[in-house]
Unconditional design. Structure first.
Lengths: 164, 157
């Protein structure tokens, strides 16, 4: 039996063209896998964090709906984002230009408040991200949040790792 | 030798298409000067101006933290230096004069990153993937903060 016969069949079983195609596919696959895997070596670890979520421009009834130890969820996608540990209510201030003197000043908006919620959650962390379910916990990240009796939007303004 | 049939030709076209997609994704498509030049990574400090942010962002950015591009999710490099200055904005006063005034509790941050850039005909690419251009907006994140700024300077080391 010849290695390649006159018809181009290797061991009279498979075409040399098919073998070349298979080799090219294997080479591309190897190259793609190598490229994707060399990006970063990223290990996932479990860590409890407390993050501060700030929502502003809310009325006085908002804080009445906050329950300590209550579960909180992303109100758009319904996944758990942690439980409420504590909160503080602050006056809501906005920055306005003083056209007379050419300066900016802070003015308190009557009957409006800023609420800062400390939320504790078990997170999955890698070298570059902190996740609570699908929520990527970062300062500056905005997401919609809800508890039993409220829903609002806000930003994460602080993240602290909890040593237990 | 067996003649190639239509199925073989279609498979070969798919393979060539796949190779072209991979090459273009890697950013090497059309990047060569055509004279067989070798592309080398060179270190550069990239200065990004992050404007109009609160103290929370200032506190979350730290030297040594690794910066990644929001757009490509690829690593750019570590933060080498952070300079924080008060954020100034324009006010048109009653007499029509434009003045720059400090905005309370708002800051401008100059973040210097160390990056490895490849120079190509079309621009500079961090790690061969993320394009870096002075005056362009750059969305980035570290493990602890997500923000954006304008690239102010690319300083070759």
């Amino acid at each position: 039996m010849k290695l390649i016969n006159k018809k181009g069949m290797v061991f009279e079983k498979i075409s040399i063209v098919d073998i070349l195609i298979i080799l090219v596919i294997i080479a591309i696959g190897y190259y793609a896998v190598t490229f994707l895997n060399t990006k970063d070596i990223n290990t996932i670890s479990k860590q409890t964090v407390q993050y501060t979520f700030e929502t502003e421009d809310v009325n006085e009834n908002f804080a009445k709906q906050l329950t300590l130890e209550g579960n909180l969820y992303n109100s758009s996608k319904n996944y758990y984002v942690g439980k409420l540990i504590s909160y503080e209510v602050l006056p809501y201030e906005i920055i306005v230009p003083d056209l007379q003197n050419g300066v900016f000043t802070k003015q308190v908006v009557a009957e409006k408040f800023v609420v800062r919620m400390i939320i504790e959650a078990n997170t999955d962390q890698d070298d570059y991200n902190i996740h609570v379910n699908q929520e990527n916990i970062k300062v500056g990240a905005m997401f919609p949040i809800k508890g039993k009796g409220f829903a609002t939007y806000g930003y994460i303004i602080d993240i602290k790792e909890v040593v237990k | 030798m067996r003649r190639m049939n239509i199925i073989d030709i279609i498979i070969i076209i798919f393979i060539i298409g796949g190779i072209l997609v991979l090459v273009s994704k890697l950013g090497t498509f059309g990047s060569s000067s055509g004279q067989g030049e070798e592309l080398k990574m060179e270190k550069a400090i990239i200065v990004i101006e992050v404007e109009d942010v609160r103290e929370a962002t200032v506190n979350a950015l730290k030297t040594g933290h690794i910066v990644l591009s929001e757009e490509t999710n690829s690593v750019i490099g570590p933060i080498k230096e952070i300079i924080v200055i008060p954020y100034l904005d324009e006010i048109e006063t009653i007499d029509g004069t434009l003045v720059l005034a400090e905005v309370p509790d708002k800051y401008t941050i100059l973040v210097s990153l160390e990056a490895s850039l490849i120079e190509r005909e079309t621009g500079y690419f961090s790690e061969g993937i993320t394009e870096m251009k002075v005056n362009s907006m750059f969305k980035f994140y570290t493990k602890y903060v997500s923000t954006s700024g304008r690239i102010e300077e690319i300083d070759w080391q």
